[in-house]
Design a protein around this ligand. Structure first.
Ligand code: AMP
Ligand code: ZN
Ligand code: FE
Ligand code: FE
Length: 280
């Protein structure tokens, strides 16, 4: 069983529509894939419709933005009730904050580069959860940078003078909201220090107390030492350890199935989640 529990589509900042992500998962030889777009469940229906076509089983999820002491972190929610207001209202507020923050970044860039919000709107579909990747795509179209990664290495990096953070709820509140909505919360790439500061173990312990079910241990942003440390931490805290690609289509080098989750771990997630896994 090949199981990849973290992917993005055009509903957020991936480059392929949800149905295409499932088709790509079939081509990559996956048996199960989770669609986990940022702060939205808008891709779930299209992805579910692609299950009988592709034969790939679908775990419906969301990558929820959060803050811990001002540090931006991501919490994966699996198999929640998408209508439950506890989580739905939190992610709706974050989507609003992302819109405002996107415009602020573009205003800062516009001082030095010929970019307007219309350029960003032109590279995304209506209703997309906006992020820096869309601003990067607009910069590519304008010929300012060659690709997304170049934009993230320079103009859109966290240390850039054009960078603006966005409001997100506290991580403990997000974990509790995910559980209230019947979801299973897993801390996404908790050791990804390439993206900025990482949280100390104490914070992870607090999140486990609040209901955190697991840590995403096997992820491209973790080196061997981090994987060993986080795997040991998961064991010590008695929570699940997952592995995933964090696929963004052509927007990032991450390839489907480059990290996998064990079938027993998926079994635990499924038994704790309120929404079923969609099987062909
Ligand atoms: P934001 O959520 O707006 O702060 O933007 C960060 C997001 O951009 C993360 O989810 C990354 O996975 C995503 N991203 C997409 N392409 C890239 C890339 N080439 N380099 C770094 N991050 C990227
Ligand atoms: Zn992303
Ligand atoms: Fe993430
Ligand atoms: Fe992600």
């Amino acid at each position: 069983m090949r199981i990849d529990l973290h992917t993005h589509s055009t509903v957020s900042d991936g480059t392929e529509p949800p149905a295409r992500v499932l088709a790509a998962a079939a081509e990559a030889g996956l048996d199960v894939v989770a669609l986990t777009d940022h702060d939205t469940t808008a891709g779930w229906a299209e992805a579910a419709d692609a299950v009988p076509v592709t034969g790939v089983a679908l775990v419906r999820g969301t990558e929820v933005s959060a803050l811990v002491g001002g540090v931006s972190v991501h919490l994966l929610s699996y198999l929640q009730d998408p209508e439950h207001p506890a989580l739905a209202t939190l992610i709706a507020r974050t989507r609003e904050a992302r819109q405002h923050r996107g415009r602020e970044i573009v205003e800062r860039l516009a001082v030095d580069y010929p970019i307007t919000w219309a350029d960003v709107a032109a590279v995304q579909q209506p209703g997309t959860v906006v992020g820096r990747p869309h601003i990067a795509d607009a910069l590519v179209v304008l010929g300012v940078v060659p690709d997304r990664s170049a934009a993230f290495d320079g103009l859109l990096a966290g240390r850039s003078r054009y960078y603006v953070p966005y409001y997100a709820p506290e991580a403990v509140d997000v974990v509790q909201a995910i559980r209230a909505a019947g979801g299973v919360p897993v801390f996404a790439h908790p050791g990804a220090d390439g993206r900025g500061r990482v949280v100390p173990d104490r914070v992870i312990e607090d999140l486990v107390e609040a209901g955190l079910a697991g840590l995403e241990v096997d992820h491209r942003d973790h080196d061997a030492a981090q994987r060993a440390r986080l795997g040991e931490l998961a064991r010590r805290l008695g929570v699940l350890a997952t592995g995933s690609s964090d696929y963004h289509g052509a927007g990032k080098p991450n390839r489907l199935g480059e990290n996998l989750t064990a079938p027993e771990v998926l079994g635990r997630i499924e038994s704790e989640g309120r929404t079923p896994v969609v099987r062909a």
